[in-house]
Ligand binder design. Structure first.
Ligand code: ZN
Length: 70
């Protein structure tokens, strides 16, 4: 599974706030993501993340190998 910071992901199980969409804020051995509905942040290990993820919606990362200056 190819994922990168800035991508949106849909999880199999919606968050209690009602949103099933999350934004990736860190990708590595662990994946950190923020709920699009309530802003809650969770960290999962990569394997756990890939099991729970339903769909990846690529973010607008135009460049590759370059981190955005934000
Ligand atoms: Zn939420």
């Amino acid at each position: 599974m190819f994922i990168q910071v800035g991508d949106s992901v849909k999880m199999r199980k919606p968050h209690p706030c009602g949103s099933d969409t999350w934004t990736l804020t860190r990708v590595g051995a662990d994946v950190k993501m923020k709920c699009a509905g309530c802003g809650h942040v969770v960290m999962l290990d990569r394997q756990d993340f890939e099991r729970r993820c339903k769909k990846v919606i690529p973010g607008n990362n135009a460049s590759t190998g370059d981190n955005a200056n934000v």
